[in-house]
Design a protein around this ligand. Structure first.
Ligand code: ADP
Ligand code: GLC
Length: 487
């Protein structure tokens, strides 16, 4: 199976969130399952720098008349064959991949990411004479025009390259003013309610949902939720209409990156059979963060983008209670200015019990999962969520809201689920201070029973979140849509 995966991010080269973790791990998992996988990426600096043995595929002119170059080589860090769009004027900038240093979206994001989908369409039409994919798998809105270009190219030719589109987060849609449509080089028919038109604007997300042969999202529960008006972000009608093409495939965890027995980024290794190293990781983090070095204070952690989605105002509102009950909290995150300021200010009042680190720090994230007893993920909505699974693997029991992928991965420590040896964390339903506080109290109550806590922690660590099952599910989907041509 020849497969082209298209995304804007890829771990460990470029990451702003969970999308990168998945885009980085899925190719290796699919290769293990026997696929011939290549990736297509925008030429951001860290990606170009990692590309080795690069050769020229083509010089091309985009539909809006800009000259760009497609190169093919091997990403050394991932040992992965990649096509990289070399377009310095579009991709080499100060700031992040989507926003400038002041956190403002780049004014030309429409072109920057239309190019990604357009290039996937070119590769699907045989741009590289040596290799044509059978299936193009596009991730999130950045790559979501790929299915549209492929659908229209199919109308012109016999060759049929199939497309799969994965929604990692329906809330980020890539919606642009209608006058940008002429840049895209798509037929006028595409700017329609039966196409990528969305309330008079053009929507990359809608293009992916409308034109892809199959739609997936990253957990079974989120696949249901996005078909409702509450969580459908205006696209639930389309998703309901296409529900037979929609499925939820739960994200997995890359064990070569997230495993406390082998993780080079944590100070002391441990596993389910010998968890002693975890206490040492905790003591080390308390010292590093200036927290009181108390072995028996339950240590809570947050590793998160600080956005509305993540429900962290609930954590902010519960800090008094958490500290009052003898707990400690460490927060690593970056995002909305008001939340950063509120956390920073609150930390100054209780430096021995609350440590806040603002910014993005991959290594510190690992140390936090290894050190903490509980990982807090009280999201308003959560397509899948990875940090609760990292928490489980590192015996930092997740405390989550019952929503999206969190509902699919965490089982509350109720008496009955403890008795049936199913519990692996703490879950609340109502998105309010009262709901969060109840789950917090449940965590304290279990922590006060060390034997039961250890049993739950051990079970959490032994759960299988490996990629094998997920890769098989994607492969089954590719087989449904792939034509044998180009094999
Ligand atoms: P989302 O993709 O919505 O941000 P996920 O839970 O799927 O949520 O993935 C988040 C990923 O980003 C995880 O790998 C998490 O460890 C990482 N992460 C989030 N914020 C930070 C941060 N400030 N520093 C380091 N890693 C972070
Ligand atoms: C998105 C979602 C998150 C998911 C990640 C990877 O960023 O917010 O829930 O885990 O993508 O699929």
């Amino acid at each position: 199976m020849k497969l082209l995966q298209v995304s804007a991010e890829i771990f460990p080269l470029l990451k702003t969130g969970g999308l990168a973790d998945i885009a980085g791990a899925l190719p290796a998992a699919l290769r293990q399952a026997g696929c011939d996988v290549r990736v297509l990426l925008p030429g951001f600096a860290p990606i170009l720098q990692d590309l080795q043995d690069a050769s020229l595929v083509a010089h091309l002119v985009t539909p809006w008349g800009e000259s760009v170059t497609l190169r093919q080589g091997r990403l050394a860090t991932l040992d992965l064959l990649a096509y990289v769009i070399d377009a310095p004027a579009l991709y080499l900038r100060n700031g992040g991949p989507y926003e400038d240093a002041q956190r403002q979206p780049y004014a030309d994001n429409c072109r920057r990411f239309a190019l990604l989908g357009w290039m996937a369409g070119q590769l699907g039409q045989g741009l590289d004479a040596q290799w044509t994919p059978q299936v193009v798998h596009a991730h999130d809105w950045h790559a979501a025009l790929a299915p549209a270009y492929l659908a229209f190219s199919r109308e012109r030719q016999a060759q049929r390259v199939a497309s799969v589109y994965t929604v990692h987060n329906l809330a980020y849609q890539g919606v642009f003013a209608p006058q940008n449509f002429h840049d895209l080089g798509l037929p006028d028919a595409a700017f329609s309610i039966h196409g990528l038109e969305f309330y008079g604007q053009l929507s990359f997300m809608k293009a992916g949902l409308f034109y892809a042969d199959r739609i997936t999202t990253v957990s079974p529960t989120y696949a249901q939720e996005i078909q409702t008006p509450e969580q459908g972000c205006g696209l639930d009608g389309l998703l309901r209409a296409r529900r037979d093409m929609l499925s939820g495939i739960l994200n997995a965890v890359d064990d070569s990156v997230w495993n406390p027995a082998t993780d080079p980024l944590i100070p002391f290794a441990y596993d389910a059979n010998n968890i002693a190293g975890k206490a040492r990781c905790k003591a080390a983090l308390q010292a590093e963060m200036g927290l009181a070095e108390q072995a028996h204070a339950p240590l809570f952690g947050v590793v998160s983008r600080l956005t509305e989605q993540k429900g962290l105002h609930l954590v902010l509102g519960a800090i008094d209670e958490l500290i009052g009950r003898g707990g400690q909290l460490v927060v690593l995150g970056s995002g909305e200015a008001w939340l950063e300021a509120a956390l920073r200010e609150r930390a100054q009042r209780d430096p021995l019990a609350l440590a806040v680190r603002l910014g993005y720090d991959e290594a510190l994230a690992h140390r936090i999962f290894a050190a903490t007893d509980v990982t807090l993920v009280p999201s308003r909505f959560e397509p899948c969520g990875l940090t609760q699974m990292y928490g489980l693997k590192y015996a930092s029991l997740p405390l989550v809201r019952r929503v999206g992928g969190l509902a699919d991965t965490v089982v509350d420590s109720t008496l009955e689920d403890l008795a049936e040896q199913r519990a692996n964390g703490f879950v609340f339903d109502d998105f309010c201070a009262g709901g969060f506080s109840q789950a917090l109290r449940r965590a304290f109550a279990l922590y006060a029973r060390p034997e039961e806590w250890s049993a739950v922690a051990q079970r959490a660590m032994q759960q299988d979140f490996g990629w094998k099952a997920g890769a098989e599910k994607y492969l089954a989907l590719y087989r449904q849509v792939a034509s044998p041509m180009g094999a």
